[in-house]
Design a protein around this ligand. Structure first.
Ligand SMILES: Cc1ncc(COP(=O)(O)O)c(C=O)c1O
Length: 460
């Protein structure tokens, strides 16, 4: 057996997982101290290459199988590296992914395909951009189950299937999968778990939307309501999930600290951006942040593309949270206060390494139950905060805290100017852009991307 072309390790404590470990999800030292343990997939950049564009990735005439991001970018995935190191052929891996994708399509109507990415003339004009600059939109509303979340979970499902195929786990004695969510992540998990034939438990707050709970039941998930525990800070569904995971369930979550491999599936969104940009970098990327996996995985994907020579430079990473809850902004300010005005990359790395050893000094559960029209980004904690804070610091981006008025204005504008049925969480990155335009921090000729991440379900 050859060595896989990637490793899964915890950069905080140095733990490296055994490639034969079928569940390299959570650092074994997580929870034993105050350090921010997180398993991360690290590529051997001397071995892998960024896959060339097939034909323009969003060209509907391109061969369908090549447009599935889990096929297109398979050579960057840890499950591919483990499978091929154990003798599975490229063709056998492709067949496995294609059959799982067909199962997703049977549940959800379609499988995973590279989503559209385009310059929006309507938004660019409305925001006063020069024709040389403008607003680019990555539209995830047509993705599996109506958001980007399925990407994180499909990556994990493929990994689980590869482990069974390689004989490292027994398909006859599968543990249950578990997630804490009452929104897009839960729906995506239910679709993907059902496609793979896995049992899933979803922990939700007692006030979870009845229509979502219904859909989860219809998709075969077991749903358990978790009331808030008086005097206990933090999301009660997440706290219950933690207990379940300690009892042996597998984390089918979109939070990196629980399942580092969930970040890997999310990389496909950033890889698609790189392919579609075709070497012309963006000046700013604006990402809405809840638990932080979306931003963390997009930053990692772009950084890997730079390391592999597929992208010239990183854009400034700007993040968006609401006035209702902004734990990421608070953590950023705490780190920023320890740095000089114009910090060198080495100084940022050093402070981030120190912050990683003392998580609770930087990231704490938001003290009040938050409310916002952007319900998908109200997480009590930004679980994947560290990669996102570092991404902002190293690229000159900032954490934006946007008002409800801005969120509503951005949502109206997004729907009116693009015709995309995006929800207010999905268009919240645009609220950040409105504020950056008002303050003059984004210029007329800047190239800016926003991610329309969620489909409007029901009436807004
Ligand atoms: C539509 C949508 N966009 C963005 C996010 C934020 O993603 P993350 O929690 O990974 O930060 C969510 C999270 O639920 C979401 O549902």
């Amino acid at each position: 057996m050859t060595a896989p072309a990637s490793t899964i390790c915890c950069p905080v404590c140095g733990h490296i997982t055994d490639p034969a470990d079928p569940y390299p999800f959570r650092c074994p030292r997580a929870g034993t101290d105050d350090a921010d343990h997180l398993l991360t997939r690290v590529l051997d950049t001397a071995v892998v290459r960024f896959p060339p564009a097939p034909t323009p990735v969003s060209n509907p005439a391109a061969p369908v199988s090549d447009m599935n991001p889990f096929l297109l970018y398979r050579t960057l995935m840890h499950s591919y590296h483990v499978a091929t190191a154990r003798g599975l052929s490229d063709g056998a891996y492709r067949d496995l992914v294609a059959s799982l994708d067909a199962a997703v399509a049977a549940v959800d109507g379609h499988g995973f395909r590279a989503t559209p990415f385009f310059r929006s003339p309507g938004l660019s004009d409305a925001l006063g951009f020069d024709p040389k600059g403008g607003v680019w939109v990555k539209d995830e509303t047509g993705n599996v189950s109506g958001s980007h979340k399925g990407r994180h979970l499909m990556g994990v499902l493929i990994h689980l299937a590869v482990m069974e195929r390689c004989g490292l786990t027994d398909p006859a004695s599968r543990p249950d999968l578990a997630i804490a969510s009452c929104g897009n992540a839960a729906l995506a998990a239910a679709v993907v778990a059902r496609a793979g034939g896995w049992r899933l438990t979803v922990f939700v707050p007692p006030d979870a939307q009845a229509s979502v709970v219904h859909q989860l039941h219809d998709l075969g998930a077991k749903v358990i309501a978790c009331p808030r525990e008086p005097g206990t800070p933090g999301d009660p569904a997440y706290l219950t999930l933690r207990r379940e995971l300690d009892l042996g369930a597998l984390p089918f979550t979109t939070q990196g600290p629980e399942n580092g491999l969930a970040i890997e599936g999310g990389l496909t969104l950033g890889y698609e951006l790189v392919t579609d940009l075709a070497g012309e970098p963006l000046d700013h990327l604006i990402v809405q942040v809840g638990g932080g996996a979306l931003a963390s995985s997009t930053i990692q994907a772009l950084r890997e593309a730079v390391d592999l020579g597929a992208l010239g430079r990183l854009p400034a990473i700007q993040t968006v949270q609401t006035t209702g809850a902004h734990p990421l902004e608070r953590a950023y300010q705490r780190v920023r206060a320890l740095l000089p005005d114009d910090p060198a990359p080495e100084a940022i790395r050093k402070i981030m390494a120190e912050a990683a050893q003392h998580r609770s000094a930087f990231m704490q559960p938001w003290p009040r139950e938050p409310a916002s029209v952007a319900t998908g980004i109200l997480d009590d904690e930004t679980y994947d905060w560290r990669a996102v804070v570092e991404g902002m610091l190293t690229t000159g981006g900032r954490p934006l805290v946007v008002s409800e008025d801005s969120l509503t204005q951005a949502h109206r504008l997004a729907v009116a100017r693009t015709g995309i049925p995006v929800d207010p969480t999905g268009s919240s990155g645009l609220a950040g852009l409105l504020e950056l335009r008002r303050s003059g921090q984004v210029g007329d000729r800047d190239r800016v991307a926003v991610l329309f991440t969620g489909l409007q379900r029901g009436t807004p």
